[in-house]
Design a protein around this ligand. Structure first.
Ligand code: PLP
Length: 431
């Protein structure tokens, strides 16, 4: 760790929270240099939905390299790109009756968000984007402007312009419909809110604290946007690729976005890969107008195609996610009942779940204790007060249960060793 602690930039973060040297990883496990195994419920922040070194994907990529398959090609026509596009159309778009063009952006999620904002502004001639409270869309300047978190915003060095934040579903409590508020602002010529090019949102806010938008809210947002000619961008970078139970997080919710961003688990193997899906009428780029050296990653094309054919050609994985989602939900609810406060909330969908611990220190101590006990997970939310679980979608039910056993044991230990009981009771009383 010496070089990492002395030479790597101060900006490093996860290696501070989990200060051991990791050497190997397989499926749901990360293994450190001393051979200690950790259940990985962080999963590369949602980039490893099919686990580490998934053997099916690994074999494909090794075979591809052994055959001198192309690794880099700018955006030249390659066999691996053509094959990926075929599979994506056949197994993802066509069965869902979806019609999108695919734009390969630079390799990380934020690149896809930048591309979406740019084309939205170009074709509407408007500059503003509406984002939502607690949204997270990346840290390059355009996407950062649409990211709510003040810690990240603080690093920008320049004013973050041209994004207006509106309250997300439930932000003002259950009774207030925040779309009514947005409608009022858009209808009023004197509200001071300019007509935006687009709205951008996550259907489940991953970094923002596992906040879930209802179908009704999403539908009224889409309706409102249609009325005003505003494009809808669903950022599915963290909760797409099956995380919420279906390939796209908005499936079955009665909306069809104008643009969708995908990244993280798209390659299926942890390889950098990002995609912007655009309705054909929006694809008004000039050739090369928005480019980048690493648009499309041939190795990722290979693993992404294999992942799609392996996991999305039938509904086996979806069924398994539904079963494991039930296990997660019920177990987390049982665990949360043990806290001396009824304000502790379990929120989630599919296989992304969070326990809102109300207190930042409590969530952080649970994370730390889990790590000591062999479970890696992270915290999220405006005050990092939510313990977040992102187990691999392919984890076995028994290993999922073992990971949850570690969580329960860790929470019990934290509560026994500290005075969080008292603190929680006090917060509850004050409320
Ligand atoms: N959008 C969402 C919803 C995310 O969760 C993230 C990353 O966590 C991003 C965008 C940015 O992706 P990247 O870190 O790959 O740039």
């Amino acid at each position: 760790m010496k070089q990492i602690n002395t030479i790597e930039s101060q900006v490093r973060s996860y290696c501070r929270a989990y200060p051991v040297m990791f050497e190997k990883a397989k499926d749901h496990l990360l293994i450190d240099k001393d051979g200690k195994k950790y259940f990985d419920f962080l999963c590369g922040a949602g980039s490893l939905n099919y686990g580490h070194n998934n053997h099916i994907l690994k074999k494909e990529i090794i075979d591809y390299l052994n055959e001198d398959g192309i690794t880099h090609s700018l955006d030249l026509a390659t066999r691996s790109k053509e094959d990926f596009l075929n599979s994506f159309s056949k197994y993802i778009l066509e069965p869902r009756n979806l019609d999108y063009k695919l734009q390969f952006t630079g390799p990380t999620g934020t690149n896809a968000v930048e591309a979406a904002f740019k084309i939205a502004r170009k074709i509407t001639g408007r500059t503003k984007i509406i984002s939502f409270t607690n949204g997270f869309h990346g840290v390059t300047l355009g996407a950062l402007a649409a990211t709510g978190n003040s810690h990240h915003r603080g690093g920008s060095g320049i004013p973050l312009n041209d994004v207006v934040f509106m309250p997300y579903d439930g932000y003002m409590g259950k009774k207030l419909n925040t779309i009514d508020y947005l409608r009022r602002l858009l209808e009023d010529n004197s509200s001071g809110v300019d007509l935006p090019a687009a709205v951008v949102l996550e259907t489940v806010q991953g970094e923002g604290g596992i906040n879930i938008a209802s179908s009704k809210w999403l539908q009224s947002l889409q309706e409102l946007c249609k009325e005003f000619g505003i494009l809808v961008i669903v950022d599915d970078i963290q909760v797409g690729c099956g995380r919420t139970g279906s390939f796209f997080s908005f499936e079955g919710m009665g909306i069809e976005p104008d643009m969708i961003t995908l990244s993280k688990s798209l390659s299926g193997f942890g390889l950098p890969f990002s995609l912007l899906l655009l309705k054909p009428g929006i694809d008004k780029w000039e050739p090369g107008e928005h480019n980048g050296t690493f648009r499309g990653n041939n190795m990722a094309f290979v693993t992404a195609k294999t992942a799609i054919e392996q996991y999305w050609a039938n509904d086996d994985l979806e069924k398994q996610i539904a079963t494991k989602s039930n296990i997660l939900k019920h177990r987390l609810e049982e665990i949360s009942d043990e806290f001396p406060s009824s304000d502790i909330q379990v929120r989630g969908k599919g296989m992304v779940y969070g326990i809102d611990c109300i207190l930042e220190d409590l969530a952080s101590e649970i994370k730390q204790k889990c790590f000591e006990n062999g479970l890696i997970l992270e915290t999220c939310g405006p005050d990092d007060q939510v313990v977040k679980l992102l187990p691999p979608l392919t984890i076995s039910e028994s290993n999922l249960t073992k990971g949850l056993d570690i969580l329960e044991k860790s929470i019990k230990e934290v509560m026994q060793e500290s005075d969080f009981d008292k603190k929680l009771t006090m917060v509850t009383v004050q409320k």
